[in-house]
Ligand binder design. Structure first.
Ligand SMILES: *[C@@H]1O[C@H](CO)[C@@H](O)[C@H](O)[C@H]1NC(C)=O
Ligand SMILES: *[C@@H]1O[C@H](CO)[C@@H](O)[C@H](O)[C@H]1NC(C)=O
Ligand SMILES: *[C@@H]1O[C@H](CO)[C@@H](O)[C@H](O)[C@H]1NC(C)=O
Ligand SMILES: *[C@@H]1O[C@H](CO)[C@@H](O)[C@H](O)[C@H]1NC(C)=O
Ligand SMILES: *[C@@H]1O[C@H](CO)[C@@H](O)[C@H](O)[C@H]1NC(C)=O
Ligand SMILES: *[C@@H]1O[C@H](CO)[C@@H](O)[C@H](O)[C@H]1NC(C)=O
Ligand SMILES: *[C@@H]1O[C@H](CO)[C@@H](O)[C@H](O)[C@H]1NC(C)=O
Ligand SMILES: *[C@@H]1O[C@H](CO)[C@@H](O)[C@H](O)[C@H]1NC(C)=O
Ligand SMILES: *[C@@H]1O[C@H](CO)[C@@H](O)[C@H](O)[C@H]1NC(C)=O
Length: 842
């Protein structure tokens, strides 16, 4: 049984009264009349209301109105797994040794029911004795449910199961029953969430796919569903509080791509494009971010014709599934009908020919979805195959296909009133896999989870390792010890194959024998040249300083990193040359150079504010990926505006991994290592204590944020002493409420006050003196996204719930700051002194 593992963001735990009040009012409406907002959050086993890490308030259930005479035992977990996304509601539970029914008052209609489980020993209750059934009314949701086995099978410490049921009376009766098949078994639940929704299912015109034909398919209005997968295809995970209304969790699709098929490319919406919801696709269907990112097959028509873009999703056999494809064409120049047309295959059968997103949605940037249903035949777990392939029958202009989002729902079996499948088998790879537990600030990519059905994918993964290791790119590349089993696609066989070996002669030709006139960058490591390969493809060529041992190390680290980490916001490595003692790397050419070249001391026109924001978001995404994309995460160690490159469309790519290091995964441990990095950006704590954490990157990124806002050098010794360090000066202006005065005058007028506030607050948080006071890169990213949204929506912004909450949360951070007298540790002099002490600092 694939299961959902969802997470809340790790947000600063500080909440202001303002936030609390805003949220309380939502919950109180639910309290006094639970159906008023259709939201119930029950923290089982807790005696009082509690706030989770995303700022939502959960009701305690001791003697609550939902369970006036609640039975069972309230208990607290014996161990707090560091991967729990939030202590609330996971850390407390209610244990039932005999049947118990909760009566939740709800208004008749459809609702999402989410059950939260943290299988662990509680008081005298052993984890393996939890074995139980859950029913909603007469619909069986879980049967003989072994929570610990299910969690182990997807290698997660906790589980969230989401159901959609249509309630006809004013009550949802939820029964927990210990299994009759096992003496001494008990039932438990950590949290229950109920969210009312409109009819999101029966309005669709779904087609049933069978034997290569499709038939109109309909189901009863009161059918129960279980969510199996909800994927933001080609995009990042979306946390519940950022969903468009129903607190759904969207995950990245990358873990489900078929490893031996085309992996496609991720695309995000064109800069100037606005996503428009259509009357048939209300905005609650899926959030903007789902439609704004997609995966397509890629730019090479011939490759696309030779392959399918395939996802594999394990499900329980014996049920029908509703598969919802979300589409939105988000890239120019595709704006007309029949520019792109493709097949949708489900389980190797044609579900749709001539799928034309423009035709179906009515234009570029317009949202659409299509539903298909299929029967999963077999026993135990089986895989659903979803594939896309260009359809040439109408002679389209582009041979490509695109998908923005994908949801898979299991339909209840009508005859037995059942939604429950079997417990998933434990994969033989579980042991190996379990080292890859998610770190505390990860957003899990797993919703369905790697279970028996996808053992195939795991095997594929291991073969990938073999391919990688055999085909050693440089002496130590493709090391397996980054071990990102959480992100199998990053290890696709192509990753290492793609890195090409160049001969020294080829490099000489490409750089006109290292023509000085082609130099576009210089550093202690060596020079960067503008070059051309393959008769015209522009590349950037980095020639490492042969004499430096440091250079050799950086060369190796960089290959290793870029071989293992590919992301649209990391610069990509095309190849390398290691010949005649030369160490040369060849990268994608970044047409617009570095971010700094567009900020100050430049002839380039100033970047508009919104574009600066998008660049910051892109860079934050790249860094967030580094921090969370591997088992332990990677610390970049040299984040600065010259290491953020811009491609021809000003998309940000983080570069220069020569100093990067694998990080210990728990934030309070650290690596001790000689101080390296660049002045003005260096984490003072790293300086003082030689203490390196992911938060050191956050600090440097905060400096970049101020640099982007103020467009001045981070250290300028020509200025009066208090202004030399941008970080110190900006903080002091912020404290005195005059930060506006040092904002780049060329964009000052463009910035909306709301956007400015959030941006400045997050930058200020990032450069906090102590690393524990800094947000994680994930938080920074979310806040920047909110800032962008506020910038874009400034005129029409009317405060919907999710956005409002994050907005308030951020204002909270500032108001809660303990005191304004915190010392600023790295003074300008220290900085300058240290620059001399470490002349190699880049
Ligand atoms: C809640 O709704 C019920 C009817 O559904 C009503 O009788 C009751 O007064 C309401 N309570 C509050 C506090 O509004
Ligand atoms: C639940 O699964 C675990 C792991 O497979 C197993 O050890 C345990 O016996 C199971 N519990 C029950 C009650 O079947
Ligand atoms: C408890 O509920 C189960 C259904 O899950 C039912 O089969 C069983 O008879 C109930 N036991 C009692 C004692 O009511
Ligand atoms: C439970 O225990 C009773 C005796 O205490 C025994 O008769 C029965 O077979 C046991 N049931 C199971 C499923 O083990
Ligand atoms: C719920 O089911 C009833 C029939 O039992 C149907 O009339 C109603 O439209 C359904 N509502 C939703 C939101 O699906
Ligand atoms: C959806 O649209 C409605 C109005 O059509 C608006 O009130 C609501 O705030 C929008 N919700 C989101 C999440 O955008
Ligand atoms: C958006 O940019 C594309 C080129 O990238 C251009 O063709 C299109 O006209 C622009 N659209 C708008 C609405 O400005
Ligand atoms: C689809 O075809 C592939 C290869 O032809 C096969 O391995 C796979 O099992 C098929 N999938 C299904 C669901 O039938
Ligand atoms: C793509 O998938 C379809 C359906 O399974 C299959 O018929 C076709 O051969 C596949 N094409 C390629 C190139 O793999």
């Amino acid at each position: 049984m694939p299961t959902m593992a969802m997470a809340f963001p790790t947000l600063p735990v500080t909440l202001t009264c303002l936030t609390l009040l805003a949220l309380l009012s939502i919950v109180m409406a639910a309290d006094s009349n639970s159906t008023a907002t259709g939201l119930i959050l029950l923290d089982c086993g807790a005696s009082s209301p509690n706030v989770d890490d995303s700022g939502r308030i959960w009701d305690g259930n001791a003697g609550s109105k939902f369970a006036p005479s609640v039975k069972g035992v309230a208990a607290t977990a014996s161990y707090q797994d560091p991967s729990l996304p939030s202590l609330v509601p996971y850390i407390t539970t209610r244990i039932f040794t005999s049947n118990y029914t909760y009566h939740f008052p709800v208004s008749p209609g459809r609702l999402f029911l989410r059950l939260y489980f943290y299988p662990i020993a509680y008081a005298n209750y052993a984890v393996f004795d939890a074995f139980f059934d859950v029913t909603a009314g007469n619909l069986v949701l879980l049967n003989g449910f072994n929570a610990s086995q299910t969690a182990q099978a997807i290698n997660s410490a906790y589980l969230v199961r989401e159901f959609s049921v249509n309630v006809s009376s004013g009550n949802l009766d939820l029964t927990f029953a210990p299994s009759a098949y096992q003496n001494g078994s008990y039932a438990f639940v950590n949290g229950v969430e109920i969210v009312s929704t409109p009819d999101i299912f029966t309005t669709s015109n779904s087609r049933f796919v069978d034997g290569g034909n499709t038939f109109p398919f309909s189901f009863a209005a009161d059918t129960g569903f279980q969510t199996m997968y909800r994927l933001n295809v080609g995009g990042d995970a979306i946390l519940p509080i950022y969903d468009s209304g129903f607190y759904r969790s969207w995950n990245s699709d990358s873990s489900y791509l078929y490893l031996f098929g085309a992996s496609g490319v991720t695309v995000s919406k064109d800069f100037n494009l606005t996503i428009q919801y259509t009357p048939t696709v209300p905005n609650y269907t899926a959030p903007f971010d789902v439609y704004g990112t997609a995966r397509s097959m890629g730019p090479n028509a011939q490759d696309n014709l030779n392959s399918n873009l395939t996802w594999i999703l394990p499900v329980d056999a014996g049920f029908a599934y509703l598969i919802r494809f979300h589409f939105c064409q988000i890239k120019y120049p595709i704006t007309k009908v029949n520019q792109m047309s493709f097949f949708i295959y489900i389980n190797n059968q044609t579900a749709q020919q001539r799928m034309d997103v423009i035709f179906w949605s009515g234009g570029i940037g317009r949202t659409a979805y299509k539903d298909y249903a299929i029967m999963a035949i077999g026993s135990g777990q089986v895989d659903i195959w979803i594939a896309l392939h260009p359809d040439l029958s109408s002679e389209p202009e582009y041979f490509d296909a695109i998908l923005n989002g994908l949801e898979v729902f299991k339909l209840q079996d009508y005859e037995s009133n059942n939604l429950a499948g079997l417990n998933p088998p434990l994969s033989q790879f579980t042991d190996l896999n379990s080292v890859a537990r998610k770190s505390y600030d990860d957003i899990p990519a797993v919703m369905g989870g790697i279970t028996g059905g996808s053992a195939l994918m795991l095997i594929a993964l291991f073969s990938t390792f073999v391919i990688c290791t055999r085909k050693k790119v440089a002496k130590s590349s493709c090391k397996t010890d980054y071990g990102h089993l959480n992100h199998p696609t990053e290890l696709r066989k192509s990753t290492c194959d793609l890195v090409r070996h160049f001969s020294f002669t080829e490099i000489q030709v490409a750089t006109k024998d290292f023509d000085e006139a082609l130099i576009i960058g210089r550093g202690s490591f060596g020079d960067v040249y503008n070059g051309e390969i393959d008769g015209g493809t522009k590349v950037a060529i980095k020639r490492f300083n042969k004499k430096s041992r440091q250079g050799f190390h950086e060369f190796q680290t960089e290959i290793e990193m870029l071989c293992n980490f590919r992301h649209r916001h990391l610069v990509s490595l095309i190849g390398y040359c290691e010949e005649k003692n030369e160490m040369i790397l060849v990268y994608d050419y970044m047409a617009h150079g570095t971010l700094r070249e567009h900020l100050y001391n430049t002839r380039n026109p100033p970047l508009p504010w919104q574009q600066r924001l998008e660049i910051c978001i892109g860079a934050a995404r790249g860094l967030h990926y580094l921090h969370t994309g591997a088992e332990l995460g990677i610390i970049h160690r040299d984040v600065k505006s010259t290491n953020i490159l811009l491609d021809d469309r000003f998309m940000a790519k983080v570069s220069d991994f020569g100093l990067s290091k694998a990080s210990p995964d728990i934030d309070n441990t650290h690596m001790s290592t000689a101080v390296k990095g660049t002045f003005g950006y260096l984490d003072p704590e790293y300086f003082r204590l030689q203490r390196l954490t992911k938060k050191s990157d956050v600090y440097s990124f905060g400096v970049v944020l101020f640099e982007t806002l103020c467009a001045r050098p981070v250290i300028n010794t020509e200025l009066p002493e208090e202004q030399v360090s941008l970080r110190d000066w900006a903080l002091s202006c912020w404290k005195n409420g005059v930060l506006e005065e040092i904002v780049d005058p060329r964009v000052k007028e463009e910035i909306t006050p709301e956007c400015f506030r959030i941006f400045a607050e997050i930058a200020e948080k990032c450069v906090a003196d102590r690393s524990i006071d800094r947000p994680s890169m994930g938080d920074v990213l979310w806040n920047l996204e909110v800032a962008l949204q506020l910038q874009q929506d400034s005129a029409s912004y009317n405060g919907n719930c999710a956005e409002g909450a994050s907005f308030l949360r951020i204002s909270a951070v500032h108001q809660d700051k303990p005191s304004t007298n915190s010392t600023i540790s790295i003074t300008a002099q220290e900085a300058i002194f240290s620059d001399i002490a470490h002349p190699e600092g880049r």
